[in-house]
Design a protein around this ligand. Sequence first.
Ligand code: APR
Length: 315
Amino acid sequence: QNNTKVTVVGAAGGIGQPLSLLLKQSDLISELSLYDIVKHTPGVAADISHMNFPARVKGFTGPEQLRDSLKGSQVVIIPAGLPRKPGMTRDDLFTANASVVRDVALAVSEVAPTALVGIITNPVNSCVPIFCEVMRKAGKLDPNRIFGVSTLDLVRASAFIGEAKGLNPKEVNCPVIGGHSGISIVPLISQCQPAVQFSQDELAKMVARIQDAGTEVVKAKAGAGSATLSMGFAGARFALSLIKALSGQSNVIECAYVMSDIAGTKYFATPLILGKNGIEKNLGIGKLSNYEQELVNKAIPEIKDNVAKGEQFVK
Ligand code: APR
């Protein structure tokens, strides 16, 4: 069944372009709508449209075309906004990106209120609450349909654990819960498949590497930006999981940052079973080691602050 329309908002950016390129390769997508404020977006769409895959690709640009780009979309993926520069935390991005997410949410509430939405714009921990609060104000909130894309955290966990243990990283599956920034990122290495053993020291180093992986890229790019290619990959993986679930595939599982009362923080990432209406079942956090529980305890106040900041912005 290939009748899914997907819109990428911020499609001309460092994340948006590789993400769109990967989505074009899906046979499940009938229409790929690429929106960005920059005027060369139709050119990005024309470029990708020459790939020999069935999805029709259309480019849209300028605030006046945002609603046209979104109309009728079942999936909306949002990598729009400013990226992190050296020395900036994801939180420093808040002021610039909060209004981008608010404006896109308003447009989604008007023309695509039942779309499944994946938010990549950082700080994700605050941007998801912004999106949800705008939808709530518009009377269109369905928390099962709004996701913060934290997929890159578990992609990185799989890559780093695979590398450390000599395993094929494609076959390593490590859930990552919490939020999508620094200490709010909690890898559950005790639940990794296949099971892996680390000393406490190695474990702490591995967790720190996963939590700081964004900074690793920012530093290595030496002023030229933050993670775009791996984020494009992770965003496409998440979008394709939503699309598979929409097309009726069962048992599609991804971790994502969603509205949740699991940790008393209002929003929290956990593994989710995805279905036609978004979250079919929240699988929760399972059994944690004492060390993982300590990590969650440190993440909680951070996430609470980030959520409050997002909610306050909409108020
Ligand atoms: N509507 C649509 N697109 C926008 C808007 C907006 N209001 N504001 C900015 N954009 C577009 C920019 O024109 C640009 O093409 O978003 C794109 C962002 O691309 P980059 O600047 O290359 O940034 P990128 O590295 O892709 O990161 C985008 O994702 O992970 C997060 O922290 C990252 O918030 C940042 C976002």
